[in-house]
Design a protein around this ligand. Sequence first.
Ligand code: SF4
Length: 379
Amino acid sequence: MNKNHLGLYIHIPYCKSKCHYCDFNSFPGKEESIPGYFDALVREVELYAETLKEIQVKTIFIGGGTPSLVEPKYIYHLMRAVQQNLNIVKNAEISIETNPGTLTYEKLLAYKTMGINRLSIGLQACQDRLLRKLGRIHKMDEFVENYEIARKVGFKNINIDLIFGIPSQTMKDWGETLRNVIGLNPEHLSCYSLKIEEETKFGKMYDVGELIPVEDELDREMYEFTAETLKKNGYKHYEISNFAKEGFECRHNLIYWHGEEYMGIGAGAHSYYKKNRYNNLYNIEAYISQIEKKELPQENHQFIDAAEEMSEAMILGLRLIQGVHVKQFKEKFHRDLFEVYGEQINKLMKKGLLFMEDDHVKLTLVGLDLANDVFMEFI
Ligand code: SF4
């Protein structure tokens, strides 16, 4: 791990409306605070200029929320502040999250012009009836139109986010979604199994019996079908839910999974820096007012000691298909992996959830499905 590098995450907490499954820190109907919020983001970047003056930023991820909801002039000012105050490596991966229904030719062209080189588009499903069910604001046609414009303006690294295991979604629907998306030839695909979270519209519907989740068996079948189909079509399965053409793995997310440092800017953004984990205040107004007082808007500082760092290295490392490298574990922690976790690893190997290959401990196919059970062993 290079100590002089980190990833920068910038959170844009605005959305046109709230999707029914979403528990992210995102808010509809707060657009009037956008100018003040972006002023605060610029100031937060400036507050970090001194601390990060020796550090190289190797990836930037503008996430949300829906960053593509705001006018591109705000993103431009933010990017300018980042470039003026921090050291961005040449060829840094700079991603922005976008949603169909908020994208235009002008916005896409503006992103390209300001140096953003990776686009992530939230499609989720190809069937308009499922998009409506999820509470998405767009239709499939809009997505295809946006995707084609993105290619025309020159984006050569595009991710598409998909969700499977949506109530009432069939294998046929999911197969059709994958086929349509593969036909567009994106460089990267993130395929998540729907989780019904408390405090979401779906969570509330579930509590009163108005939402029937898909059977576990169907969910598993969809996951296995995804891995198989994408592999056959030239995508490398490199993380539990992520697939990429060779060389297009998301460098920013790899920072998280490799346990490297990252700095989060904006309301609710999380950071891991100098063995400290913390988050910024979640509330937009509280975040802005703290920055106006020239104070860093941080809370929940947690020092990560060696034991926690090792546990995180297992949980995050096993998310990667290549698994945890035994030799690298030793180099990083000066402890033998089997001396620390031999008991857990043996137990999980006996259950067929882990296996060893080329000096790496990896999840088996069944282990990928039951990853959360595996991770529990390392907490
Ligand atoms: S667009 Fe994304 S962040 Fe916004 S409500 Fe929907 S899922 Fe949540």
